[in-house]
Design a protein around this ligand. Sequence first.
Ligand code: IDP
Ligand code: MG
Length: 132
Amino acid sequence: MVERTLMIIKPDATARKVIGDIISMVEDKFEIRGIIMKTLTVEEAREFYAVHKGKPFYEALVEFMTSGPVVGILLEGENAIKRLREVVGATDPKKAAPGTIRAKFGTDVQRNAVHASDSPESAGYEIPFFFK
Ligand code: IDP
Ligand code: MG
């Protein structure tokens, strides 16, 4: 099934100037349907990550995600949601498979370079934060 999914290049990766490297790793595997750079407001970040409200890392995550510009990238393709999660790798870059985006560009479990929608429901919720 052709799906759309959202990737976000997080503030750690934009600061490290690896936007181009990361886009290169998805451009050959998906159709890029949109790219936008913006700085999330605290309110947007809190809503975006509402599913994690109450978890010990939630407040720090919101602070991190609003600490600098991010790049939202709308990707499309066959099974795009699952395939992007594979290209992105595990949440903790130290546990991410070699060659994945997080293994290559992540710093730690919070500053892990990118976000990727994890289900059709989350893609539907997340895409409008960047693309109306
Ligand atoms: P995911 O991004 O791989 O889907 P989630 O569990 O949905 O991982 O967590 C969302 C984001 O919250 C992670 O990408 C990471 O930035 C941050 N995070 C998750 N777990 C931890 C943790 O244990 N400590 C600090 N930050 C975390
Ligand atoms: Mg998640």
